[in-house]
Design a protein around this ligand. Sequence first.
Ligand SMILES: *[C@@H]1O[C@H](CO)[C@@H](O)[C@H](O)[C@H]1NC(C)=O
Ligand SMILES: *[C@@H]1O[C@H](CO)[C@@H](O)[C@H](O)[C@H]1NC(C)=O
Ligand SMILES: *[C@@H]1O[C@H](CO)[C@@H](O)[C@H](O)[C@H]1NC(C)=O
Ligand SMILES: *[C@@H]1O[C@H](CO)[C@@H](O)[C@H](O)[C@H]1NC(C)=O
Ligand SMILES: *[C@@H]1O[C@H](CO)[C@@H](O)[C@H](O)[C@H]1NC(C)=O
Ligand SMILES: *[C@@H]1O[C@H](CO)[C@@H](O)[C@H](O)[C@H]1NC(C)=O
Ligand SMILES: *[C@@H]1O[C@H](CO)[C@@H](O)[C@H](O)[C@H]1NC(C)=O
Length: 494
Amino acid sequence: MKFPTAIFGLLLICCAAGLTQAEYSKYKDPRQPLNVRIKDLMNRMTLEEKIGQMTQIERTVASADVMKKYYIGSVLSGGGSVPAVNASAETWIKMVNEFQMGALSTRLGIPMIYGIDAVHGHGNVYNATIFPHNVGLGVTRQVHDTDPELARKIGAATALEVRATGIPYVFAPCIALERSKDARQSIPCHQIPQGNPQIQDWQGIDRITSPPDANYSYSVQTGIHAGIDMIMVPYNFTEFIGNLTFQVKNNIIPMSRIDDAVHRILRVKFMMGLFENPMADLSLVNQLGSPEHRALAREAVRKTLVLLKNGKTGDKPLLPLSKKATKILVAGTHADNLGYQCGGWTITWQGLSGNNLTSDYVKAEKFDYAIVVVGEHSYAEGYGDSLNLTISDPGDEIISNVCGAVRCVVVVISGRPVVIEPYVASIDALVAAWLPGTEGQGVTDVLFGDYGFTGKLARTWFKNVDQLPMNVGDDYYDPLYPFGFGLTTEPNQV
Ligand SMILES: *[C@@H]1O[C@H](CO)[C@@H](O)[C@H](O)[C@H]1NC(C)=O
Ligand SMILES: *[C@@H]1O[C@H](CO)[C@@H](O)[C@H](O)[C@H]1NC(C)=O
Ligand SMILES: *[C@@H]1O[C@H](CO)[C@@H](O)[C@H](O)[C@H]1NC(C)=O
Ligand SMILES: *[C@@H]1O[C@H](CO)[C@@H](O)[C@H](O)[C@H]1NC(C)=O
Ligand SMILES: *[C@@H]1O[C@H](CO)[C@@H](O)[C@H](O)[C@H]1NC(C)=O
Ligand SMILES: *[C@@H]1O[C@H](CO)[C@@H](O)[C@H](O)[C@H]1NC(C)=O
Ligand SMILES: *[C@@H]1O[C@H](CO)[C@@H](O)[C@H](O)[C@H]1NC(C)=O
């Protein structure tokens, strides 16, 4: 009787000790102070594991196996990189969790952090709210300037919609100066809001040299020395890891620099609670495109519209439009095109834009007035570069044919001021609607007078491109509409 008991007791002791050793690590204990957790974890990490934390890869080259094998610290979606066409929140969460499982299955189980651009809403997922983006990538500048509370709410709504898809990290633009002995250049970069590890933009270090990748080892060395903590590699991660490992082993990059970077990255992961709650769930799915968020977006649309002209000289103002009209012509390439209205950095749907309205047809149909919606096609970043800044064909033809035949309001959908001066004389009322996003009803709210126009230009509107660059305060300043310009209307009393 005694003998087995003793063995049993011994077994118990041995297993309890084993369990404690396997399960208790200070870094896993949320009751330990932040710095104790970081220090404990870093003391356990190999160089390989540390460099993995500094490596951010694109989802198309990521998998649970890659996460595990290379100890990858972060994954991102490049522009338009989605797990499926019209992917639902469930599809996103499934993908993010799969990568996370790979990260958690490593020796130390350090969670990865998934990042994505959501510059004017979470345009990467079906049914999300797309907020208006005003002049400049992702900056609803007019809202920021005039209604910071609305801007804050838009930020919070975007965060919720991104979280709804299992993603805890959204890129925010900033500018950093990179210094080396003889070079000084700027690298567009991204910062994780808490704790501020530095991360540079897409293939940023590759582009330190001209042409890019001319000397990748130089790029790695310079980028890390300059203080970039997490590298948005994002594809050739084995080359990046190989180069950085070589440079640390050969004392080209000091271990202290690696520790410094990894410390900041882990700090953010701990502070965000990723170690405690690494897996995403469906609890926020109803936040995607919720009525509250859509209402916020619609309000922002109303507030960003800028009224540039209202009535020809001697005429009555055309706006607000009469709701009693019997026949209204709505025309133009951008009138019924969600893709154009959302602009770049969103899922774009290419609507049909053909429009061959002739003056005779418009006259014959006896419309009360016409709403013409024209503008630019969608673009992002360098793809939007243009030396002529014209509206897309056949926008000018539509304006001529329609406005030559009936009183018209022209609504311009564009990410920036465009050439409009040649048509202004023929237009009765002119509205800059920028890129309103999914809640285009905000435009009609104001056109039909349920709300007044209040928006002001956050950019100078030029007459012709030969004037550019032209900024307020220049010696020679002869704009079509100056910075800060914007007519107002009173809302209709119903
Ligand atoms: C994606 O959604 C758009 C808009 O609803 C639809 O036209 C398209 O057919 C969908 N594509 C697929 C592959 O489901
Ligand atoms: C999009 O929203 C509609 C309406 O709320 C819903 O019926 C549909 O299932 C959603 N689609 C996806 C892919 O989430
Ligand atoms: C590449 O850069 C490294 C510094 O990182 C330098 O030692 C090497 O000479 C460069 N190689 C070439 C081909 O310029
Ligand atoms: C990354 O891979 C691509 C395609 O395989 C290649 O063209 C490019 O030069 C590589 N860049 C680096 C830094 O190795
Ligand atoms: C460094 O990067 C270059 C370019 O991608 C690659 O050819 C080379 O193999 C890398 N070096 C190491 C040690 O991985
Ligand atoms: C536009 O052209 C098509 C043929 O290309 C024709 O069927 C249609 O009636 C025309 N629409 C107008 C409004 O003139
Ligand atoms: C204006 O520039 C864009 C972009 O370079 C080009 O696609 C377009 O054809 C040009 N339009 C005209 C009228 O020259």
